[in-house]
Write a protein that binds this ligand. Structure first.
Ligand code: 3PY
Ligand code: MG
Length: 240
């Protein structure tokens, strides 16, 4: 199975984002839950990534229709919605991601503000991707209900939070392929509904664990990690 290799970004630095979106990753996510992205910064990010050669997503701060709409208005290809606790949250998220008649998204794209084109409603509804995170005990219990929610395009595993609530490590959680273990439960629910499944990995080792679980849409690293790894590689190769 081929893995679609994405990069997770938390610095919200516009130059770095423009560089990373051209670095060879298949997609990029801007983290507005744990990164310094407010609504003003979101506008600047949208302008900086307006000509991005690969899709970019926004991980919104929570199950918040206003934020979901704003991220898509800024030009994001989709949203990753965290802290979902069950099907009701998933429904709110999915409705916020599409214009009527499929959803309740309000009209107000940003690109015309900077001279770009407004999207076509039908094309926007078709293209958008609403990823719902499975990272809480409630979401795991209701994973089939979430996967069956119209407008949910994919389940996105959050191993860091799932590991916290399971009293284990992200690595152990990702490695557990036993029946009824968290990751196989998410994969099976997505497969039953024929929707996508993705996850945060953060490292090549975790990416390999996810591939073995059948997950092919993976945040393989982060902006901070590639800067640190690049600095380390250069210093290791350079005599003092
Ligand atoms: C998690 O693993 O909980 C995440 O939210 C990934 O960023
Ligand atoms: Mg999380």
């Amino acid at each position: 199975m081929d893995v679609s290799r994405g990069i997770w970004t938390s610095t919200a630095d516009l130059d770095l984002l423009r560089r990373l979106v051209r670095a060879g990753f298949d997609w990029l996510a801007v983290d507005a839950q744990h990164g310094p992205v407010d609504r003003g910064r979101l506008h600047a990010v949208g302008r900086a990534l307006a000509d991005a050669p690969v899709p970019w997503l926004v991980r919104v701060p929570g199950v918040d229709p206003a934020w979901i709409g704003a991220a898509l208005d800024a030009g994001a290809s989709g949203v990753v919605v965290p802290s979902v606790t069950g099907r009701t949250d998933a429904e709110r998220a999915a409705l916020a991601a599409r214009y009527p008649p499929l959803g309740e998204r309000s009209w107000g794209p940003f690109p015309p503000l900077w001279g770009g084109d407004a999207p076509d409603v039908e094309a926007a509804n078709e293209a958008v991707r609403c990823w719902v995170m499975v990272e809480t005990p409630g979401a795991l219990d209701d994973v089939d209900g979430i996967a069956a929610t119209p407008g949910v395009d994919g389940l996105f595993v959050g191993p860091l939070d799932l590991a916290l609530s399971h009293g284990t490590t992200p690595e152990a959680l990702l490695a557990d392929r036993s029946e009824g273990a968290p990751v196989p439960r998410v994969v099976a629910a997505a497969e039953r509904q024929g929707i996508a499944v993705g996850a945060f990995a953060g490292t090549p080792e975790n990416t390999a664990l996810l591939r073995a679980q059948g997950i092919g849409f993976v945040a393989v690293t982060s902006d901070a990690a590639v800067v640190a790894a690049g600095a380390r590689a250069v210093l290791d190769a350079t005599a003092r």
